[in-house]
Design a protein around this ligand. Structure first.
Ligand code: AMP
Ligand code: MG
Length: 673
């Protein structure tokens, strides 16, 4: 077996201030490495204070990463003191409870001291990591770990996804032998009170230290299972509150990488990012062309004069076809962009000539006098490849085809018919809520009805960014209805954006549906920001049409229209950009000067809707759009930016400089058109 990885989290406010105060971390590392039969490596030791969010952040940071540790051990914070909150922090993070491990640890400690009962351990599995909370005292922590250490490798193999039938193939005795334990001496410790549940004969017992069949639903008093109704729901959000930057980091990490497709070169490319370098297979111009309307001639050698009267031997228009060669003493009338006759070296502008004589019918030029002196070879001629050389790289992988036209122009000018780009994700937009009705439904509203504001606005914003949008309609607040809508949508779109149903009400079904019914992973479910706190980002495993397992993205935005639109810009756009290979992802950041005072929110950073205008001095000025309540969609009218106001107790004065995210076109004081 490959080495198993353990991470140790020391939870202690004292040790967080002074790491030398911690001894449990080192002791646990020793137990793993010296008593673990050479199977273990302690890959991380971290210290945090008795703060629920810090504990959760550390644990999810380990358990949610690509290669999580097999076991996460915490030590400390499991007692009854006011600040002891490790079980409260860990419990909501567990996808599966492991009361057997808890029972085993308590039983082992109880054999040593009745005070074992003063510890409140929890244990379970998050993703592929087993999490166990040990007491804080070095002795207690060590004993508890010793009680379960030998059993952990087996649990780890299962948690990491091994097929349990294969694992159990040799029966329990074989497992016990491999782990070096027996029913009467699990973990090397004997149980003086050994009672029997009799199931060791059933071929599926793991010995007393780990009575796996003891799982009772009542061990986990709160649940996100909507079927259990309002009395059993979580009464505060179990999702750790992340900073906006952390949330954006998780979006970057978990948005699937861009897919490469080959598409026709046409207007639908606008907004796409190239997935290959493009080399010109033709030169532009492909022939020697005149830059002006005038006369092609053969420039005289050194000392010769270009002045004189010459017969007009031929005419070259900008049309494909053969042209007769020019001979010394002749000139050819030529138009802008037309090919030079073979032999011609230069062109003089029509402005530098006069008509000398006409043909007899008066319809054509016969002779022209050239007034220009000193005409050089190559004058007024675009040489072959002087705009684009054959073989030159004209566009690079990662460059975006803009609506300005330059990139498409380059592709078109060298005759490129197909090009590799990153596939732009198709986005489905769903509103949720029993109260939500189609925005255009005629007639007065009944009590409790709300017109759907989010779906039309989100769809138009996403379309405005250049992504294809699918209207998923309105889902009612019924678990089955929501699940079915999402499942259907996952077949047809790459990204789902929902709004509503992510708050703390018993009908807020998005998170439980994603986690419980769709088997998805919620990467974050709460962000410290205003508006938009309950914003949720998840990925769901699905099979694509080719039968491959892929991951699709769900953003569940808050229901309040302003929160939905702000978080759409702040979180969904970067994800769509990542998926489409657009870099840098997200809204551009600019620095602005405040046109008036702004009061800060003491707790949360605020994304304040504002109008930025470009002053005559070139600086950008911001003023608020007024009342910022998250239901007041008018705060987004005319807004072209989100001011990034930090949390704080003070008021920012007029003239302060602050960062802003640009959502719309800049107003300019130079605008006079
Ligand atoms: P929820 O998170 O579902 O509790 O929604 C929070 C608030 O947003 C409630 O007042 C909802 O009525 C409102 N809301 C939810 N979805 C929409 C929508 N599509 N359009 C307008 N308001 C909505
Ligand atoms: Mg709702």
């Amino acid at each position: 077996m490959a080495t198993l990885k353990a991470a140790v989290l020391v939870v202690s406010t004292t040790a967080a201030k002074d790491p030398s105060a911690d001894s449990s971390g080192g002791i646990l590392k020793e137990v793993f490495e010296q008593e673990g039969g050479g199977k273990w490596e302690v890959v991380e030791i971290k210290i945090v204070g008795d703060v629920v969010l810090d504990i959760q952040r550390a644990i999810t940071g380990w358990a949610d990463r690509e290669e999580p540790p097999n076991v996460i051990i915490t030590t400390g914070g499991t007692g009854f003191a006011v600040h002891d909150s490790t079980p409260e922090a860990v419990n909501p993070l567990l996808h599966k409870q492991a009361p057997g491990l808890v029972h085993g640890m308590l039983a082992a400690s109880l054999a040593v001291t009745p005070f074992a009962l003063m510890s409140r351990p929890v244990a379970g599995v998050r993703n592929k990591s087993i999490i166990i909370t040990l007491p804080g005292s070095p002795k207690g922590a060590k004993e508890n770990l010793q009680a379960v250490l030998k059993l952990l490798p087996h649990a780890c193999v299962q948690a990491a996804g091994a097929d349990s039938r294969t694992i159990h193939a040799g029966g329990v005795k074989k497992l016990e032998k491999e782990a070096g334990v027996s029913a009467h001496g699990a973990g090397g410790r004997s149980h003086s009170h050994g009672h029997s549940h009799g199931h060791s004969h059933g071929g599926h017992s793991h010995g007393h230290a780990m009575p796996v069949r003891h799982t009772a639903p009542s061990e986990s008093p709160r649940s996100n299972d909507p079927a259990l109704g309002p009395t059993r729901r979580n009464r505060s959000s179990p999702y750790p509150m992340l900073a906006v930057d952390e949330a954006i980091g998780l979006i970057r990490e978990h948005t699937p990488s861009p897919q490469v497709i080959k598409v026709d070169v046409d207007g639908s490319l606008v907004g796409c990012v190239l997935a290959e370098d493009v080399t010109a297979t033709e030169a532009v111009p492909a022939y020697r062309a005149s830059i002006v309307d005038g006369y092609a001639l053969i420039a005289p050698g050194d000392g010769g004069s270009s002045k004189g009267v010459f017969p007009v031997a031929s005419i070259s228009h900008a049309t494909p076809g053969e042209i007769a060669p020019l001979e010394v003493g002749q000139i050819a009338r030529i138009t802008t962009g037309a090919p030079l006759p073979p032999g011609a070296t230069s062109v003089v502008m029509v402005e530098d000539t006069v008509l000398k004589s006409m043909t007899e019918d008066g319809q054509e030029e016969h002779e022209i006098e050239i007034l220009a002196e000193g005409v050089k070879a190559g004058e007024n001629v675009r040489e072959v490849g002087s705009d684009i050389k054959k073989g030159e790289v004209i566009l690079r992988k990662g460059e975006e085809i803009s609506a300005v036209g330059g990139e498409l122009g380059l592709l078109a000018s060298v005759g490129r018919a197909k090009v590799k780009v990153y596939k732009r994700p198709v986005v489905g937009v769903l509103s949720t809520g029993d109260e939500i009705i189609e925005h255009g439904r005629p007639g007065d509203l009944r009590l409790g009805e709300v017109r759907d504001c989010n779906r039309p606005t989100i769809m138009s914003a996403v379309r405005g960014w250049g992504f294809e949008v699918v209207d998923l309609g309105i889902a009612r607040d019924k678990p089955g209805a929501l699940e079915e809508t999402l499942r259907d949508a996952l077949r047809n779109v790459d990204v789902i954006i929902t709004s509503g149903g992510v708050s703390m009400g018993e009908l807020d079904l998005l998170k439980p549906t994603i986690e419980r019914s769709l088997g998805g992973t919620i990467h974050f479910g709460r962000v410290s920001m205003k508006p938009g706190k309950p914003t949720t980002f998840a990925t769901v495993p699905v099979k694509n049409n080719a039968g491959e397992r892929v991951s699709k993205v769900i953003f569940s935005l808050p229901g309040n229209p302003v929160s939905a639109i702000v978080t759409l810009h702040l979180f969904v756009l970067p994800s769509l950009h990542h998926a489409a290979g657009v870099a840098p992802a997200g809204l551009p950041k600019v620095q602005v000067i405040l046109d008036h005072e702004f009061r800060l929110d003491p707790q949360r950073s605020e994304y304040h809707r504002a109008i930025i205008s470009l002053g005559k001095d070139g600086s950008m000025h911001a003023s608020s759009t007024g009342g910022q309540r998250s239901s007041r969609v008018g705060s987004l009218k005319s807004a072209n930016s989100l001011l990034c106001l930090p949390a704080g107790k003070e008021t920012l004065s007029k003239g302060s400089k602050i960062e802003a995210l640009l959502m719309g076109r800049l107003k300019s004081e130079f605008d006079v058109l």
